[in-house]
Structures are given as structure tokens and as C-alpha cells.
Design a protein around this ligand. Structure first.
Ligand SMILES: [Fe+2]
Length: 322
């Protein structure tokens, strides 16, 4: 940075010279910014997007031939939002990925400051996530939490590959900075306890039973929350839609990802529509309104940054652009 003295500013004869001096002093002017720092409504850069489990399943099987067992915990497919230059987040604060662990494999014990959760898509009895030394069964459509800094590993003690969806607040961690990660001193944390009733597990059969008792929020649509909320930065809701039922969401600051636990239907945005089926993922970013319609009875998991937006008092509707 060039050295600038206070007296230099006294000699500035016009705006151009003043801007030149500010540039040398490492200062940006506030009256003619390159880009405005405040604007009337949020600029939402992420796009609606859809990924199918059918494609992800085939891709994971192929990755299983080329990514070796030692890297099993990295054999995942990151659902990066398809906007120019983006290689990671699914929506602003969250990322989702498909993962597969083959029969007999373990994904090594590690922990990180990012909060994570899983939705189990395909597994047999004998598939476990090990959280802080306890084996938690991974049953299809279960939701399993691994909050900030909890040790976790995956152990496939079955004779078939297991598949699931990961959701993490890594993009938020990147934005704020406090990313820490470490491997456990043991390849896989020792565990003799099977904890099916872990507070980190939301068994699907309980979710189904709770939804059966939940009131309708609109015709044919019921919704429950998992946890209160599930994690500090992430809320989880499960919706049950009867065949033909729809729900409409107005544009807001909430960043969401929807995953299909059961069923099939359509997600319609103002400029694009997706046909979803079991295991698919739909990115529903902030600033976008959308309607989900079920063709058959369906269960959807909604992963959102609602606790964060609520804590900051930033959960607001976004009006349509004038
Ligand atoms: Fe992890």
C-alpha cells in the first residue's frame, strides 16, 4: 500500500484525485460504491434444483469401484447448487450429499464443528452410525443427528451397500470461519452399546405415528418438527401429503432443502418444475416461492436454517420484486 500523508488530501483538487488518494490509502469511498452494500430486498443467488436418487445410486455404485475402502467416508456426491462458479453449497447455509458405504466397510471416526444429519435411504439390519461411542441403528427413513463436535463413524455390518443423504451446515461454517476437524485416534471408535433410543435418532416409525396424530395444516397436509429444533442451526420438519394434496410456500429468507422419504409428486417454481420420487432432493432456496403436490401419499423431510434465522430475527417474507 502506498504511503499517503494527511496533507496529501489538502492538495486534492478534484474528486478524481481524492479517489486516487483513497485508493492509495487502502480506503473505499462510500458515496460511489462498486456495488451497493444495502438493498431493499435480499439478493438470492441460489437456484431451485433437483437431483434424483436413481442417478446418485448409479454414480455411487460406480464410485464404489474407484474410491477405495480407506476413503469410504469421502465416497459421497455433493449436491452443489447449479449456479455459475459454485462447487459446494446446495443453498446458502446448507449442503447435501449422497453417501454409500459398502458391505463390511467402515467410515472412519471423526468429528467437526459443522452440525450434520443423515436421512437413511437404503440399509439392512446391522448398519450403524456410531455417535460418541454408541452404535445407533440406521433404519430406512430414520433421521440421525451428529451435532457440532460429536464423534461419528459408520459401520456396515451387513452384506449389502447402504445409502443415505447427508445434510450439513458447512457453508455456514465456511462463512463464519470456525471450521475444526479431526480424526479419532482409533480408526473406528470402540462401541459395545447399541442405543436404538438415542436422542440423536428419529425412527421413521415414530415419525409416521406422530404424523398420524398431527392436525392438518391445510387439506391433506400434516407437518411435525423433529426435535425442538433438532440442532442449533438446523430445523427438521416432516410433511405428510395425501395423494393430490398440495402445499404452497411464499418467498422468505429461509434456506431449505427438501428430501423425499416416501412417495412421488411435483415441485413447481415460477420458472421451473421438477418431478420427484423417493430419495430425490429438491433445493428450495431463500427468496423463491414454490408449491409441492403429491401424486401419491408422500413424506417429505424439510431441512432448513430456521433456528438461525429466528435467533437473528431475520426470518421474514420477501415481497415480489416491483
Ligand atoms: Fe462427518
Amino acid at each position: 500500500m502506498a504511503h499517503v500523508e494527511p496533507e496529501d488530501f489538502n492538495r486534492a483538487g478534484n474528486m478524481e484525485e481524492l479517489l486516487g488518494l483513497l485508493g492509495k490509502a487502502g480506503i473505499e469511498n462510500g458515496w460511489a460504491k462498486r456495488e451497493p452494500s444495502m438493498y431493499a430486498i435480499p439478493k438470492n443467488k441460489f437456484a431451485p434444483a433437483h437431483w434424483t436418487y436413481a442417478v446418485a445410486h448409479a454414480a455411487l455404485d460406480a464410485a464404489g469401484r474407484f474410491v477405495n475402502t480407506e476413503l469410504a467416508e469421502r465416497r459421497n456426491l455433493i449436491l452443489n447448487n447449479p449456479i455459475p462458479g459454485n462447487h459446494y453449497p446446495t443453498v446458502t447455509t446448507l449442503v447435501s450429499a449422497y453417501q454409500m458405504v459398502k458391505a463390511g466397510e467402515v467410515a472412519r471416526s471423526h468429528r467437526h464443528t459443522s452440525n450434520a444429519l443423515r436421512l437413511v435411504l437404503q440399509s439392512k439390519p446391522g448398519m450403524y452410525t456410531i455417535v460418541d461411542g454408541k452404535k445407533i441403528p440406521m433404519v430406512e427413513n430414520d433421521v440421525l443427528l451428529t451435532p457440532n463436535w460429536s464423534w461419528h463413524a459408520h459401520s456396515n455390518e451387513t452384506n449389502a451397500s447402504a445409502y443415505w443423504l447427508d445434510f450439513l451446515d458447512v457453508p455456514l461454517t465456511h462463512l463464519l470461519g470456525p471450521m475444526f476437524f479431526e480424526h479419532h485416534e482409533d480408526m473406528i471408535e470402540k462401541s459395545d452399546i447399541i442405543d436404538a433410543a438415542s436422542p440423536c435418532r428419529f425412527p421413521f416409525e415414530q415419525t409416521v405415528a406422530r404424523l398420524a396424530d398431527a392436525p392438518e395444516k391445510s387439506p391433506g397436509v400434516r407437518e411435525i418438527q423433529l426435535g425442538a429444533p433438532a440442532m442449533r442451526t438446523i430445523a427438521l420438519h416432516v410433511l405428510r401429503l395425501e395423494a393430490g394434496a398440495s402445499f404452497e410456500v411464499a418467498p422468505s429468507t429461509l434456506n431449505c432443502i427438501h428430501a423425499v422419504m416416501v412417495g412421488a409428486g411435483e415441485a413447481r417454481f415460477d420458472d421451473v418444475a421438477f418431478n420427484w420420487t423417493r430419495g430425490d432432493v429438491v433445493a428450495t432456496p431463500s427468496g423463491r416461492g414454490y408449491t409441492f403436490t403429491a401424486r401419491e401419499q408422500s413424506y417429505l423431510l424439510r431441512v432448513s436454517d430456521e433456528p438461525l434465522m429466528t435467533f437473528l430475527d431475520w426470518l421474514r417474507p420477501i415481497p415480489a420484486k416491483a
